[in-house]
Design a protein. Structure first.
Length: 227
């Protein structure tokens, strides 16, 4: 186990302990599904591109695209920039994601964006740097902050699976919209990332559908990215 894994596991366990002590609804979820695993990505171009690939597609589709891309060396920024439209199209990139991927690659290659350096910024400032790029909405920024930067206080309300899990957890009649989810999950600060991992696990447990936080990083059910 790496030092990063050890730190993330310890932080997740401590966060869950504080959450279940203060919130009976989350304690009930933990008792039902057990503790989630931490999800760890390197804070680099490949991780951010992988999250972009996972936007608005199924887990299986995103995994297949990423496998083809990484096999071709496209998880390296220089190699990715060398691919023409035909190469990216064969891998499975849409026209929109070609544009988003190239904008990201150019920003990283030029030094305009330092993915690892975002860890030194406050969470909201890191998110602002990311969403300034084409194709990166709040959901993508939140996922990168959670899994790559290790931010302990992120709840990606743009993720439909998470909002449905909020409905399940709080026994609501309907799934909350984005503002409602923001308000409902504010009580879980400053451990919202731990709550999100737990609720993704709940969604998979009850629905039997693979989702980002309860399976492998890089793909999820459809999210409201606004892209």
């Amino acid at each position: 186990m790496t030092d990063t894994e050890a730190r993330r596991r310890a932080a997740l366990a401590a966060g869950l302990e504080r959450l279940i002590a203060a919130h009976p609804a989350l304690a009930a979820v933990l008792a039902e599904v057990g503790p989630p695993e931490p999800r760890i990505l390197e804070p680099d171009f490949a991780a951010l591109l992988r999250i972009v690939v996972g936007q608005q597609v199924s887990t299986a589709s995103a995994a297949a695209i990423w496998q083809r891309l990484s096999a071709a060396g496209g998880d390296d920024v220089s190699v990715f920039r060398s691919f023409d439209d035909a190469a990216l199209g064969a891998i499975g990139f849409s026209r929109a994601k070609m544009r988003y991927g190239r904008a990201l690659a150019d920003a990283v290659a030029s030094g305009a964006l330092d993915p690892a350096g975002l860890a030194r910024l406050p969470g909201e400032e890191a998110a602002a740097r990311l969403v300034a790029l084409p194709g990166i909405g709040r959901w993508t920024a939140d996922i990168f902050r959670m899994f790559a930067l290790g931010d302990p206080d992120v709840f990606p309300v743009g993720d439909l699976a998470l909002r449905e899990a909020v409905r399940m957890t709080l026994d609501l009649e309907v799934r909350p919209d984005l503002p409602q989810a923001e308000a409902l999950t504010a009580a879980w600060r400053p451990e919202r990332s731990a709550a999100a991992l737990l609720l993704w696990r709940l969604y998979r447990h009850r629905r039997g559908i693979a989702v980002l936080g309860a399976d492998r990083p890089g793909a999820t059910v459809a999210a409201d990215t606004g892209l």
